[in-house]
Write a protein that binds this ligand. Structure first.
Ligand SMILES: [Zn+2]
Length: 296
């Protein structure tokens, strides 16, 4: 166990986003004894074709907590209506209090450009909270943080107004089984709602073993292309031999609103990455050169 476990806060909009986007990496942190909390800013009550409202919210809460338990993490689900997240002050203050109370070293969340308004607003709420975390007069009932944590964004495929730019890639080949175990817990989503919504509900097999195998195939098809898309960065990170054969990754972009992810910080926050001088460059942004004095 590490002397000082890292505290990692993974904030999604819905009760499966955090695991879908960062579950493999979360499993790595948990294995090393670090503290991971997954968060959903909404209760997920709209994510089903036939079951809605409090019954679905309760079902999804149970699924999410089972998923977190498979890796030794916890899942916190806020009771805000699915599909109705926005940037109101009340939500921003709740996010400020949530982050301050947990005191994370690292936050992962959505980018604020995404097809789903809840994802966009989750990213925006964290972005809007980032500086205010350090301002004592804001939400004075919860002690402010000395500095904003590092903030990373989940990967996505959207390109406008700007495409996702990976700065950290994590080989999750060894965690794939645990990622599958996590996502299998979200039965309402992976075997019911998502197939219904995308028009392939008739392909979902019956029976636990067949479903698990089907989920493995679907996840591989979805995740594998990312490794080839970001192969250069994987090779830079892991070296040509290991980097050339990695098949499954999770990727993250540094948010310029959090603390910079310089190489010593990356080494501390991602202890499972090779501590290599070949590490890729863009861990800091030029916008940060003058900080903190440059911030106004
Ligand atoms: Zn979502």
């Amino acid at each position: 166990m590490p002397d000082q476990p890292l505290r990692v806060l993974i904030i999604g909009a819905h009760p499966d986003d955090a695991d879908v986007k960062a579950g493999g990496t979360a499993a790595k942190w948990c294995s090393l004894g670090h503290v991971v909390r997954l968060v959903s800013l909404t209760n997920g009550r709209a994510g089903h074709q036939t079951m809605h409202g409090p019954r679905l919210a309760q079902r999804r809460r149970t699924e999410a907590q089972a998923a977190a338990a498979t890796i030794g993490a916890t899942y916190e689900i806020l009771d805000h209506p699915d599909g109705e997240l926005d940037d109101r002050l009340e939500y921003r203050e709740e996010v400020i209090r949530l982050i301050r109370s947990f005191r994370p070293d690292l936050i992962l969340t959505h980018r604020s450009t995404d097809y789903h308004p809840d994802h966009r607003f989750a990213g925006l709420l964290v972005q809007d909270a980032s500086y205010l975390l350090t301002v004592p007069a804001i939400c004075p009932d919860v002690p402010h943080l000395p500095a904003c944590p590092v903030i990373l964004s989940f990967s996505d495929a959207f390109t406008k107004p700007c495409p996702f730019e990976p700065h950290v890639v994590v080989d999750i080949d060894g965690e794939f089984d645990r990622l599958v175990a996590m996502l299998y817990c979200h039965g309402s989503q992976f075997f019911e709602w998502l197939p219904y919504n995308a028009g392939y509900l008739d392909q979902v097999p019956a029976g636990a073993d067949a479903r698990r195998a089907w989920l493995v195939d679907r996840l591989r098809q979805r995740i594998e292309p990312m490794a080839d898309r970001y192969r250069d960065l994987i090779v830079q990170t892991y070296g040509p031999e290991h980097g050339g054969r990695v098949r499954l990754i999770e990727a993250f972009e540094v948010s310029e609103y959090g603390s910079p992810l310089d190489l010593p910080t990356r080494t501390r926050l991602f202890p499972f990455l090779p501590n290599s001088s070949q590490a890729p460059a863009p861990f800091t942004r030029k916008d940060w050169v003058d900080l903190p004095s440059g911030r106004e």
